[in-house]
Design a protein around this ligand. Structure first.
Ligand SMILES: NC(=O)c1ccc[n+]([C@@H]2O[C@H](COP(=O)([O-])OP(=O)(O)OC[C@H]3O[C@@H](n4cnc5c(N)ncnc54)[C@H](OP(=O)(O)O)[C@@H]3O)[C@@H](O)[C@H]2O)c1
Length: 210
């Protein structure tokens, strides 16, 4: 059974990804901030993790026994102070993924996807991206800086825009539902090959401009 770790799985797209992988027969490992099972699914191995908490990250890494086939860093916020948004959206995904790679917790040619956003793309925009857009742009920049190193660690890694999705963050007027987004993200990762390492892709498999 392939093994996936979904980081930030309590609700929204993260919960959708848990349910997609369970339906596809994966062994699902997932994190929530309160340590409760996402969606009440008791067949998921759960880790308590606030992605900004180094102690909880170390505890999760110590508990994960075998390498994972797929890691999805989904946790993100669009409210709070600029500092908080930067720590959760830009700094934490890099810290968490780097720690998992340093601990050799990804199989060779295993997949990594980090949820970014089209709001973090600078191409075609003038003026401020706002705190949220800036945080995702900073994430994308650091991802590109680390891409060679992460490939040498055996990863096939992407940043992904999940679509404008009807979640607490995306709002009820967004264009697609959680299931469509999660199914799309999973399908992109199912078909991933090493030539795609380092790309910025959308949930429906298109290359997004940086
Ligand atoms: N929805 C969209 O239209 C859209 C568009 C582009 C990109 N995205 C990105 O897609 C990802 C998921 O978005 P969503 O719409 O599903 O958001 P959401 O419904 O607001 O859910 C956010 C998830 O992130 C978790 N989270 C937040 N801060 C965390 C922290 N410090 N540590 C650990 N987990 C934390 C939340 O856990 P709690 O329940 O504990 O708060 C929740 O599980 C985010 O990275 C977001 O930026 C979303």
């Amino acid at each position: 059974m392939p093994r996936v770790l979904i980081i930030g799985a309590s609700r929204g797209i993260g919960l959708g990804l848990v349910e997609r992988h369970l339906a596809d027969g994966w062994e699902v490992h997932a994190t929530t901030r309160d340590g409760s099972a996402p969606g009440g699914h008791d067949d998921v191995t759960v880790y308590r993790l606030d992605v900004t908490d180094d102690g909880e990250l170390a505890a999760m890494i110590a508990t994960l026994a075998e390498p994972l086939d797929r890691i999805i860093h989904n946790a993100g916020i669009n409210r709070g102070s600029r500092d908080e948004i930067t720590r959760v959206n830009a700094d934490a995904p890099i810290t968490v993924i780097q720690a998992l790679l340093d601990a050799h917790l990804l199989v060779p040619d295993g997949a990594i996807a980090i949820m970014t956003s089209q709001m973090g793309a600078r191409r075609g925009r003038t003026g401020s991206l706002g705190d949220y857009g800036d945080s995702k742009a900073a994430l994308n920049d650091e991802f590109r800086r680390r891409a060679d190193r992460w490939r040498q660690s055996g990863a096939i890694a992407l940043v992904m825009h999940p679509g404008w999705v009807r979640t607490d963050m995306g709002g009820s007027g967004a264009s697609i539902g959680v299931t469509e987004s999660a199914d799309g993200v999973a399908a992109v990762l199912d078909d991933l090959d090493p030539s795609q390492h380092g790309q910025f892709l959308t949930w429906d498999g298109r290359i997004h401009p940086w």
